[in-house]
Design a protein around this ligand. Structure first.
Ligand SMILES: [Zn+2]
Length: 502
């Protein structure tokens, strides 16, 4: 048997094992650390990446855009949207920076921005997910990047939402079913058709474009049922999932679906009461805790959702490594991982490190002030509704290991660059720095009118904070289409200066 076959078979086995197991014990076998020698991932040193939406290449011209990224931003890697689950608002409501257009000629309504061979999708009924424009970002952009010595990463972004449900024929059939029996806008991790769609896309990138795709970043901003109940900006609506595949998985785990349903509905009613300031006699927190004691099935169901999410990502990693072990495969981490004590417990970096070569963390400090404020408000409207946000925030900062402004000043005053440094260090500690850690540098991530905007000096401080904390690179975030060029250039100046140091 050739080396190629042996290697492929090895990773197929790992992927199959992780998909079949109740994560995490055996799925860890597909870890980055477990790669046999000679199959090591080759990561770019001093990565400076940014995300670019498909329409931007068409509006600004590929070469002009790449000139800006290289010359101003010192960017060497592009996370180019090859699949985008979200539509872009081209109504003109969102102000443009000093480049680009409202892209009415190329509205981005989501889908795949590349051509794929149907042979990668024989295992699923979900085969038609082309974007309306049929623009092939891999075919058009990646060769030009390669000629410049830049790396093209496929950015596969999978927030399931109403937009995707309309766009992909048949996607509603794999929808999660909520605790009340209603289908939602989220696709179920345990539905085989959805899993095969996700896996097929990884194959279509790495096998279909083996010369052009240098790596993959996969992202999805979703949370499990308990985190959805708490909410706070990134939750998928619905307390999920109670579809036939999840019911079967629950039976395998000896979890009573009926008891889980009862417990979740009680929690839903408690948080509804909190929204109406109807405090139970024992208070919100004691009542919350009592429901968990009476219905341990609630936590078991929540864990099953999170285990399924880990399982899917682990299987995608296994698939990628079976095809192109040297190409980096990593994950986008939603900003909630830096805000939520509950979500960060579920989506632990220490687990993710077992199936990733890198993580890109959404550490948007400028927009983070408003976002953290919103999250604290949700905590104080649900689990911690016994306290006001002002009362709770000092304790929250201690729980999360941050040292930021008082509650009332957070939104307008942004988060400090120390927030970026602390989250970078936490990720390094949790992963043992066995994978690459790429924090985000906030460059004009949208904030409310009147709040502080990104400045060139601010951007430089963010880059320094991230790299001084030990980051392996930075992701200029979120999108090139949002950035003022002076701020992009400030990031370029800062990375050039730091990387030139002996
Ligand atoms: Zn399900």
């Amino acid at each position: 048997m050739s080396f190629e076959l042996t290697r492929r078979r090895f990773f197929q086995l790992l992927a199959a094992m992780s998909a079949a197991s109740n994560f995490p014990s055996r799925a860890r076998a597909s870890s980055a650390q477990a790669l046999p020698s000679g199959m090591k991932t080759v990561n770019r040193k001093n990565l400076v990446a940014t995300q670019v939406k498909a329409y931007a290449w068409q509006d600004e011209g590929i070469d002009a855009l790449l000139d800006n990224l290289q010359e101003k931003g010192n960017v060497n890697t592009v996370f180019a949207f090859t699949f985008n689950s979200e539509a872009t608002d081209v109504s003109g409501k969102i102000p443009l920076p000093d480049h680009g257009t409202y892209s009415k000629a190329h509205p981005e309504i989501g889908g795949a921005f590349y051509d794929y061979d149907p042979k990668y999708f024989t295992g699923t009924t979900l085969k038609d997910f082309h974007a309306a424009s049929r623009f092939n970002v891999i075919g058009e952009v990646a060769p030009k990047m390669k000629a410049r010595g830049m790396d093209f990463f496929a950015w596969d972004y999978n927030n399931t939402n109403a937009n995707m449900m309309k766009l992909i024929p048949g996607l509603t059939k794999v929808a999660e079913i909520d605790v009340y029996g209603k289908p939602t806008d989220g696709a179920c991790w345990n539905h085989p058709d959805y899993r095969a769609l996700l896996t097929g896309r990884i194959e279509s990138y790495l096998s279909g474009y083996s010369d052009l795709v240098a790596g993959i970043i996969w992202g999805c901003e979703r949370m499990g049922p308990l985190d959805n109940l708490i909410g706070g900006g990134w939750a998928t609506t619905g307390i999920c999932c109670f579809c036939p595949y999840c019911l079967e998985k629950a039976r395998d785990r000896d979890i009573s679906a009926g008891r889980a349903r009862e417990g979740f509905i009680k929690l839903d009613r408690l948080f509804e009461a909190a929204g109406n300031a109807q405090r139970p006699a024992d208070g919100y927190f004691v009542t919350f805790w009592r429901i968990l004691l009476d219905y341990p099935e609630v936590m078991a169901w929540h864990k099953m959702w999170n285990d399924s999410y880990h399982e899917v990502r682990s299987a995608l990693y296994g698939t990628a490594k079976s095809i192109a072990p040297q190409k980096p495969f990593g994950f986008h981490m939603v900003q909630n991982i830096t805000f939520s004590p509950f979500y960060s417990a579920a989506d632990s970096y220490a687990t993710i490190k077992n199936y990733a070569d890198f993580i890109k963390i959404a550490t948007y400090n400028n927009a983070g002030g408003g976002r953290m404020t919103g999250f604290i408000q949700r905590l104080c409207a649900t689990i911690f509704a016994d306290a006001t946000p002002e009362e709770f925030t000092p304790m929250y900062m201690k729980m999360m290991g941050y040292d930021e402004a008082p509650y009332g000043e957070l939104a307008n005053n942004r988060l400090s660059v120390d927030y970026i440094a602390r989250e970078t260090k936490r990720a390094i500690a949790d992963t043992g720095h066995s994978i690459q850690i790429y924090p985000s540098v906030d460059i004009n991530v949208p904030v409310q009118a009147g709040w502080k905007q990104t400045t060139p000096e601010g951007v430089k401080a963010e880059v320094r904070a991230a790299l001084t904390a030990g980051a392996d690179g930075v992701v200029l975030s979120r999108e090139y289409t949002e950035m003022w060029l002076a701020n992009l250039a400030a990031a370029g100046d800062a990375t050039r200066e730091i990387f030139a140091r002996p």
